[in-house]
Design a binder for this molecule. Sequence first.
Ligand code: 5GP
Length: 213
Amino acid sequence: MKNNDPKLIIVSAPSGCGKGTIMASAFENCDVFYSVSCTTRSPRPEDIPGKTYNFLTVEEFEKMIAEDGFLEHACYSGNYYGTPKKPVDDNLAAGKDVILEIETQGAFQVKELRPDTASLFILPPSVAELERRLRKRGTEDEETIAKRVSQAAGEIAQADKYDYVIMNADIDKAVEDFLAVINGIKGVAGPATQFSPENENIKEMIREVLENA
Ligand code: 5GP
């Protein structure tokens, strides 16, 4: 891949990490195509069908799997989630950088299929804080919250497999770090090597987030 080739970028963060807020403010400053996923979960009040997700029935989703319509798909918290292949490929072919906001199972599928994909993990300040944010959102019942918290801890334990790791403790700093990583990947700024999990301080940050559960 040449340096100015369009980039495929994965962003993962357990729900409750505030990734929606980071990405919304970051996109005002970034020219990228945001891939709209398909899911079988029920829409939340803030969801806009066709914009936040395409909401499908299980039958519709499974038909799309059978037709090889997904770049990747996964089952998360009892629902299907998947990245439609065509819009990703059409945008890359048109020279646009593409961002996939997906969980870890899907992220590793894409990395295997397309090894030159760049990946970024957004950490919450702690697992306890993530739980507090999920509860504050008030859209899930206790059982779903418990399921999501345990799933989140499993995902955070895999953050060191990503190319870059940032933390959302302070929203302005998180947006700044997010843009530094994305611009580094796009080649419009130097590579954001300070966020690589090969650095001891990033490894330590991941350990601390998991310990503060
Ligand atoms: P939520 O239900 O909170 O919107 O999303 C739950 C999880 O599914 C999040 O970690 C989100 O990043 C992930 N997700 C959203 N779309 C996709 C997708 O197309 N594929 C995969 N594998 N995960 C997705």
